[in-house]
Design a protein around this ligand. Sequence first.
Ligand code: ADP
Length: 278
Amino acid sequence: MRNGLIVKPQKTKLSEYTDSTELQSLNNYHLILNELLKEKDLANQKERQKSAFFADMVHEIRTPINIIKSFAQFLQSPDLSQKDTLEYAQIINQCSDNLSHLINDLLDFSKIEAGQIQIVEEKRNLKDLFNELFEQFNISCSQYKSDDVQLKSNLELSPEQSIVTTDFTRLRQILVNLISNALKFTSKGHVSFGCRLSGSSKLLFYVEDTGIGINPEMKNLIFERYKQVNDAFSNTKCCGTGLGLPITKSLVELLQGTIWVESVPNVGSSFYFTIPFK
Ligand code: ADP
């Protein structure tokens, strides 16, 4: 290496290297070359993953648009019953919701990639956030078979400890992602979300469900960016884009925390994350 550049050895045959210093520098040259080749392979692999991921996303966007277009055309038919009209309007509504959810996720995703998410801290009561989340999901539970799923909220902090300083918008987004996933993958039992102190300097949040659980080999993959959405999750009954958890993980890290999951297939999953206790 000279001035940050790798200098290619001049001699062409190994037998020409008689001096031990020369041999050592030849060895170093090959080690560095190998490292560079490995990095290049990895970069190529990431590029391929990115292309596949964006192709998936285009498909994810096109599908609801095509459904919306078709059903909007059906609605123009003059002899449509009231029942069909209502059903088609509901399908259009649902697809529009999915589409706007996906676009919001993609916007967040690209902002995270570009390092453009600003953390804005404020001092607020966690109790208010927990009450809001409970109200929001206890009603919208019905979207996902709520009758057999009980929603529970456990704020295990004293009134003084509940007043914390963090980015509440991002904290809310993290909890919304985890709670909606828990409800999506749970048809019976409960979904509980809560928070307690972990030591004196961290808050530990959790979202626990009694749903379908996650296979051990999937546990690390679910937080990865640019995974192949449809292949990776084809074993689950609900389809999705696979953007939620990578976004959630990045947001937790922006709040200086860590996230992990414990899960047993057919028993349930518990997602945990920490943030500093301020
Ligand atoms: P999406 O749900 O939109 O596919 P996510 O990134 O939020 O994207 O989740 C990725 C995958 O992780 C899901 O498709 C599912 O297979 C799995 N998963 C996430 N949360 C849960 C959960 N609570 N229970 C079971 N599987 C889950």
